[in-house]
Design a protein around this ligand. Structure first.
Ligand code: ASP
Length: 425
């Protein structure tokens, strides 16, 4: 890529796209070598996750303190949570509707089903262990308050970090200017340095993305993919439909051209796809949303980290389709009340689930439990988990930014970049 870059100078996001395509093509050919270079990809994810806590804290505290007006903060909070709930519920409903009409679970051979349940029994047991630790909704609300903010930082617990940072920011506005200024100057410096660090780390992104995708492509079970092709196509197809309908509508309402958005945002989408982690994508998402899409720091620093935890539209679609798929394979009929339960449970289950790889499959077990569907059904979807995780993460982060743009526009916090307004394209 470096050599290619010298012969034919390319923008960084073109290089990242190239890393993705080359990784997908060369991964299976490289075989063990592709798996051997995976640590390069893991190191790259670590570099980004390393930045996320100081970046989010510094920018959210500064953002809250400079917003000044508590009512405005409340409004931004309500709009964000409202958007996230509506988008997530719509996404699950779309996933359910698609699966109910296209029937991904019919026609799966009995022998294939038995073999899959057998093959993945160990993985299922591990998932079941994890779901046992899930707190109840009221527990979750109490747990948003960190007893120790440093522990929240150490565990990258975004809901707790957001809670503490907002109160910290609000308290700063209540002390004297003389006391406030040095704290804000310091945090502004931290924020700026972290943004510079994101840009530095992004210089190696094409290699990181190549290593991650090559390893996935080399390890991928293409046999399982074929067996589950209908299920995979319906899940990804529904995500694509959501991407090309719901988000463009949100952008148009905000006055931004969807094409402009795509041109500036696709780097973030590729990135989320390669890393399978909304958390790891957050530093880049903050930078692109603020610098290229014109969302103010005050809005982005609140809406995006909250979205990384709470708003998972792709995961919601996945849960809708997968629930119907597993129920159909087991011959369980889902009535209207069951479908409503799926919408409610899947929406609530995504709150408090961190934006890290594989969490969507864990929250799927909550939905299945609620409906009394055998949890062993998870074994049926495990084989294609990675590719679906990558796809849903790409949708998840796009949803966060669509919300940030809408909230920013409605609060007069969107500085529309040149060429971004609908009329201009
Ligand atoms: N990996 C997804 C994310 O980070 C969550 C999921 O597993 O669905 O957004």
């Amino acid at each position: 890529m470096a050599l290619l870059g010298r012969i034919w100078p390319m923008k960084l996001h073109t290089q990242i796209l190239l890393g993705l395509i080359l990784g997908a093509i060369l991964g299976p050919l490289l075989g063990d070598l592709a798996i051997a270079i995976k640590p390069i990809g893991d190191a790259f994810i670590n570099l980004l996750v390393m930045i996320v806590v100081p970046l989010v804290m510094a920018s959210l505290i500064v953002g809250t303190a400079s917003l000044g007006d508590l009512r405005k903060l409340g409004r931004i909070g309500l709009k964000t949570v409202g958007f996230y709930l509506v988008a997530t519920a719509l996404a699950v409903a779309l996933g359910l509707a698609a699966a109910q009409t296209l029937n991904p679970g019919t026609g799966l051979d009995e022998d294939v089903k038995a073999a899959m349940l057998e093959d993945y029994a160990g993985v299922t047991a591990e998932q079941l262990e994890r779901v046992r630790e899930r707190p109840s909704i009221s527990d979750l609300l109490v747990r948003i308050i960190p007893r120790n903010p440093f522990r929240a930082m150490a565990e990258t617990n975004f809901l707790q970090i957001i809670f503490f940072s907002i109160l910290f920011g609000v308290s700063l506005t209540l002390i004297s200017e003389e006391r406030r200024k040095p704290v804000l100057d310091f945090l502004n410096g931290v924020n700026d340095a972290m943004i510079v660090l994101v840009k530095l780390v992004m210089k190696v992104a094409p290699y990181g993305v190549f290593a991650l995708i090559a390893a996935v492509a080399a390890q991928f079970g293409y046999g399982v993919l074929l067996t589950l092709l209908k299920y995979v196509l319906i899940t990804i197809g529904t995500m694509v439909v959501f991407m090309v309908t719901f988000y463009p509508v949100c952008l148009r309402i905000s006055g931004m051209s969807p094409l402009f958005f795509l041109k500036h945002y696709y780097e973030v989408i590729i990135f989320a796809f390669s890393t399978s982690s909304s958390n790891a994508t957050l530093p880049l998402n903050l930078q692109v949303s603020e610098e290229e899409l014109g969302v103010s720091n005050e809005v982005a620093s609140f809406v995006l980290p909250l979205g990384a935890t709470v708003n998972m539209n792709g995961t919601a679609i996945y849960q809708g389709v997968s629930t119907v798929f597993i129920a159909q394979v087991f011959g369980i009929d889902l009535g209207a009340a069951d479908l409503l339960t799926v919408v409610l449970t899947a929406t609530l289950a995504s709150i408090g689930a961190a934006g890290v790889p594989g969490i969507g499959m864990v929250t799927l077990t909550i939905v299945l439990t609620q409906l009394g569907i055998p949890l062993e059904g998870i074994a049926l979807v495990v084989g294609v988990e990675r590719i679906l995780d990558m796809s849903r993460t790409a949708v998840n982060v796009t949803g966060d930014t669509a919300c940030a743009i809408w909230v920013a526009k409605s609060e007069g916090e969107l500085e529309m970049p040149a060429g971004a307004a609908i009329a201009a394209t």
